[in-house]
Design a protein. Structure first.
Length: 161
C-alpha cells in the first residue's frame, strides 16, 4: 500500500477517534447549553447543537434543503479528497497531512449528522462579553488546520518557483 494512503488512514482515523470521543463525552456528561468555564472571560466548554454548517451557516434553512445538503456535500468532499490523493506523490507530505486532517474532520462531523441530524460543538472561545466566537469541535479544528496547511503549502510552492 502506498504511504499516502497509510497516512490518510492513520491521520484521519486518529482525528475521527479524538473527535467522536470528545463529542460523546460532552453528549453524555453535559446538558444542552451547559457551560463549564475553563479560562474566565476567554474559554468555556459549552454543549451546543449545530444544525447548520461551520459557525451555524444554513442552520435556519428549511429542513428539506438542509438535511439532504449536509448528507451529500461531505460525501462529495470525501470523494474529491480521495481523487486528489491519487494524484499526489508520497513525498508530498504537507498536502497529504492537510488533506488527511480535512478528511478526518469531514468524517467526524458526518457521523454526527447521520446519528443526530446535527453536529455537537463545545469549544467556546470569547473575549469577556465583547466578542463571542461560534462554538466548534475537534473535527472543525482539524478541517481548519488542514485547509491552513494546504494554503501554507501553496504559498511555499509559489515562493520556491
Amino acid at each position: 500500500m502506498k504511504v499516502r494512503y497509510l497516512l490518510l488512514a492513520s491521520i484521519s482515523g486518529a482525528t475521527v477517534a479524538l473527535d467522536q470521543v470528545t463529542k460523546m463525552f460532552i453528549h453524555v456528561h453535559f446538558r444542552l447549553g451547559e457551560v463549564h468555564t475553563v479560562i474566565p472571560a476567554f474559554f468555556d466548554i459549552t454543549y451546543v447543537r449545530n444544525y447548520g454548517a461551520a459557525f451555524g451557516v444554513f442552520a435556519s434553512a428549511a429542513k428539506r434543503f438542509r438535511e439532504p445538503f449536509f448528507l451529500l456535500v461531505p460525501f462529495v468532499a470525501l470523494v474529491v479528497i480521495i481523487l486528489i490523493m491519487r494524484g499526489l506523490k508520497d513525498s508530498q507530505r504537507g498536502q497529504i497531512f492537510g488533506l488527511s486532517l480535512i478528511f478526518g474532520g469531514a468524517i467526524g462531523n458526518y457521523i454526527d449528522r447521520l446519528r443526530f441530524q446535527y453536529v455537537i460543538d463545545f469549544l467556546d472561545f470569547h473575549y469577556k462579553e465583547v466578542y463571542h466566537w461560534p462554538a466548534f469541535n475537534v473535527a472543525d479544528s482539524a478541517i481548519v488546520c488542514g485547509v491552513s496547511l494546504l494554503i501554507l503549502q501553496m504559498f511555499l510552492a509559489k515562493n520556491e518557483s
